[in-house]
Ligand binder design. Structure first.
Ligand code: HEC
Length: 403
């Protein structure tokens, strides 16, 4: 799924499996409809990279980023219902308590701050020396946290002193299985398996390089661990063995999520893409068929411009009946004023720009980039390889968006 203008830093899937939210260094969050692999909305609210996202029980999501804020996005929303300024330091990770009432935010300043879902502060947990890299709640409400200081800390819910477990490598991630078992991973590419009491039960080296993404299947049976070289290993928890590897393009995988049914894995990485995989076999799931009717690009098969447009297709349709997705329909684009599709909720400010779309203004849009040419836009930065590709895209748009 293409859409982000920067590395994909976090992925979460709603409890019903219908919707995913991805967050990126491009400062946006994108809400996706998984059945059609289309983008429903590009959400802007953070000032800076967005690093973390968790799914909420009601189908909404919470995001957090470098701006130290937590934003709550109700299902279907285009604006946050609540913004919590959790501190000045960037937030690296978020966790939701098992009863759904509490969010924990891992801060680069070494703090962990707790918030209730109405934005009330519920205390902080201080002790990590240096950035907190990850947080995860255990079934009993204990909070597990990992840090660059090579410790795993277990914070009882009553606020009493934590148990501190020391390791020999900076830790990047912790995940908790439904039975309380924990898995930690870090800079040395090795997973460490701990029982509910915190006793180490085993180790497994999954990569020669740091583990930078870790996800656990909802039933706790399997783990996915992603590395800097782009390798993702599937690990069976019971046997602590690698059962499959996802073979991607070799770019760092920064984010991983299982779907709630455990059947699919989503990965996001430095190539700005969200990829989907069969969680049992590790096989890639190809681009999904378009939702209704024929593939709108079929008539242009083999044309370079149609290929380039695949970067836009998750967010934009081309035809009158295609309707709006995350972005407005591009039907009738040539000669159209900016921000003039009647039923599309444009960003404020776009309507004031004096732009009419044609070959020249579209060239500007993608040469200067959406942020510079149309300040205030929600559209993520789009990179189009070469001037030839851009010319082919524009020629394709001219024909494909006409009546
Ligand atoms: C992740 C979703 C996303 C992707 C991918 C994307 N766009 Fe957009 N695009 C948007 C959004 C959202 C807007 C509306 C901007 C706003 O209101 O802030 C937009 C606006 C536009 C506009 C202005 C439309 C108008 O009515 O004024 C054009 C033109 C456009 N996009 C073309 C493209 C092209 C061509 C590509 C592929 C190279 C592309 N977009 C990729 C989301 C996207």
């Amino acid at each position: 799924m293409r859409g982000h203008g920067g590395p994909v830093r976090g992925i979460a899937v709603s409890p019903d499996g219908a919707t995913a939210m991805t967050v990126s260094f491009d400062q946006s969050a994108i809400r996706w409809t998984l059945a059609t692999a289309t983008a429903e909305a590009v959400l802007r609210g953070h000032e800076g990279a967005v690093n973390a996202v968790v799914a909420l029980p009601d189908g909404g999501f919470a995001t957090a980023g470098d701006d130290g804020r937590i934003l709550l996005w109700p299902p279907g929303s285009r604006a946050p219902a609540l913004a919590i300024q959790a501190g000045a330091a960037p937030i690296a990770a978020l966790a939701l308590a098992p009863d759904g009432t509490l969010l924990a935010a891992a801060g680069w300043d070494g703090s962990i701050r707790l918030w209730s879902m109405d934005g009330a502060a519920r205390g902080e947990r201080l002790g990590h020396q240096g950035p907190v890299s990850d947080v995860a709640f255990r079934p009993d409400g204990t909070l597990a946290s990992t840090g660059a200081d090579a410790t795993l800390r277990l914070w009882p819910s009553d606020g009493s002193a934590p148990t501190v477990l020391r390791f020999d490598t900076p830790l990047h991630h912790v995940r908790v299985a439904p039975d309380g078992q924990m898995v930690v991973a870090g800079a040395d590419g090795t997973l460490r398996f701990l029982d509910a009491a915190g006793q180490e039960q085993g180790r497994l080296e999954v990569a020669p390089t740091p583990v930078i993404a870790l996800a656990l299947a909802p039933d706790g049976s399997r783990l996915a661990a992603g590395g800097v070289r782009g390798s993702v290993s599937l690990v069976e928890l019971a046997t602590r063995r690698i059962t499959a590897s996802l073979v991607g393009p070799g770019v760092p995988v920064w984010s991983l999520a299982f779907t709630p049914d455990g059947k699919e894995i989503l990965t996001g990485g430095a190539d700005r893409l969200v990829r989907r995989w069969d969680a049992a076999s590790g096989a890639p799931i190809g681009p999904n068929p378009p939702p209704v009717g024929e593939d709108p690009l079929a008539a242009f098969a083999g044309e370079r411009g149609a290929e380039v447009f695949r970067a836009c297709a998750a967010c934009h349709t081309l035809t009158a009946d295609g309707g709006n997705r995350a972005g407005p329909t591009l039907h009738g684009l040539f000669g159209r004023r900016i921000a003039s599709v009647p039923d599309y909720p444009y960003s404020p400010g776009l309507k004031e720009l004096d732009i009419v779309w044609n070959a020249e203004t579209l060239t500007q849009l993608f040469t200067l980039g959406p942020m510079r040419y149309t300040p205030g836009t929600k559209m993520p930065e789009q990179t189009i390889g070469t001037a030839e590709d851009l010319a082919a895209l524009i020629e394709f748009l001219r024909r494909a968006t006409a009546d």
